[in-house]
Design a protein around this ligand. Structure first.
Ligand SMILES: [Zn+2]
Length: 343
């Protein structure tokens, strides 16, 4: 069953890459280009005009004194003239296309989303928040279990050998979901870099964790030997993307490789281990594999709100819940096994 889902996964990847390459881009549409050009000169699209497009003769924005300007949070989001023009020209073009019965186009690599209170992808933002809450809930329940419910060693440390690693995992995943919600509310250079970097850090660390847990690496020296080269690689990759070249293709390859490696590790382990909660591993591995199909079958947002990526964020909510449930089971399982050994 696991193997089958991988075959599906790979086939889907190839098909989707082909469709992405074949898809037309709305931003190369001459009507759209003309609309943005006109808007940047006049500051208006049809009857709608934007404050940010009022330029003085030397090209600087004359938004007036600070107390007349828009709230700071909008400024922080770089609500500049070009962004407003692109958004409203996109809406106008998409409305025209819809009337002609044409399918939605992507603009600058993104589907035409409708903003809510200036938030670009409100559904993805809400779901990222929900994922963040889910991770927090999972982490707190794990923390209470290992520190207060399960017996502790005489030195007040937990019997479970992977406690510290799961704490780091929880912090990295909450960090990643935080920046994901920021990025989906407004994508500018800095929010995109923070979102991608946080996701890579999480993916890299969870690979280290998978290796250490699956192979029961317990000694400090062996753990360092596993972690050091991977940490060096992940750090280099993040620095490369942020300070040298933001290469989406390369990053995709790195992320898919790290993701598939850990899915494979967990899947094989779930198949051979006699862990009492291995079914939870199975559900997360297969569910995660199927959910990533959504990331690959990239369809335009329904009513301008719910796209494949938002649905993907929705599926990670129950999967995270089950994942933390597995982690709690694992800590109980290991603790009771270790205590039995001592007795
Ligand atoms: Zn996202």
């Amino acid at each position: 069953m696991g193997q089958c889902s991988f075959v599906v996964f790979f086939t889907a990847t190839i098909i989707s890459l082909a469709t992405v390459l074949a898809a037309t881009s709305g931003d190369s549409d001459p009507n759209y280009i003309a609309c943005v050009d006109e808007c940047e000169k006049t500051g208006c699209v049809a009857a709608k005009c934007f404050q940010h497009c009022k330029f003085s003769s030397d090209g600087k924005s004359i938004d007036g004194p600070w107390y007349l300007q828009e709230p700071l949070y909008l400024q922080w989001k770089q609500w500049d003239c070009r962004s407003d023009c692109r958004y409203h020209c996109m809406l106008v073009r998409e409305e025209e296309r819809e009337k002609l019965g044409e399918k939605p186009n992507k603009y600058h690599g993104k589907w035409p989303f409708r903003r809510v209170f200036g938030i670009q992808e409100p559904v993805s933002v809400a779901l990222s928040g929900l994922n963040l809450a889910m991770q927090f809930q999972g982490w707190v329940s794990f923390f209470i279990l290992v520190n207060y419910k399960l017996p502790l060693k005489p030195d007040r440390k937990t019997y479970y050998e992977y406690t510290g690693l799961w704490h780091v995992y929880a912090i990295l995943s909450m960090n990643a979901w935080f920046w994901s919600s920021v990025f989906h509310s407004r994508d500018v250079d800095i929010t995109e870099k923070l979102d991608y970097s946080s996701a890579i850090a999480l993916l890299g660390f969870s690979l280290i964790l998978a290796i250490i847990r699956v192979f029961s690496v317990r000694t400090e020296a062996a753990r360092v030997m596993v972690a050091a080269p991977l940490l060096a690689f992940v750090t280099t990759h993040i620095l490369y993307l942020n300070f040298y070249q933001f290469d989406y293709g390369l990053n995709m390859k790195v992320c898919v490789t790290m993701g598939l490696l850990q899915i494979l590790l967990w899947a094989i382990w779930a198949g051979v281990t006699h862990h009492p909660s291995r079914w939870k591993l199975w559900v997360v591995v297969i569910g995660g594999g199927l959910a990533s199909l959504l990331e690959i079958y990239d369809f335009p947002p329904y009513k301008g709100f719910v796209d494949a990526h938002a649905l993907w964020h929705a599926t990670t909510v129950p999967l995270s819940f089950l994942w933390w449930s597995f982690i709690r089971d694992d800590s109980e399982f290991r603790t009771s096994a270790l205590i039995r050994k001592i007795k």
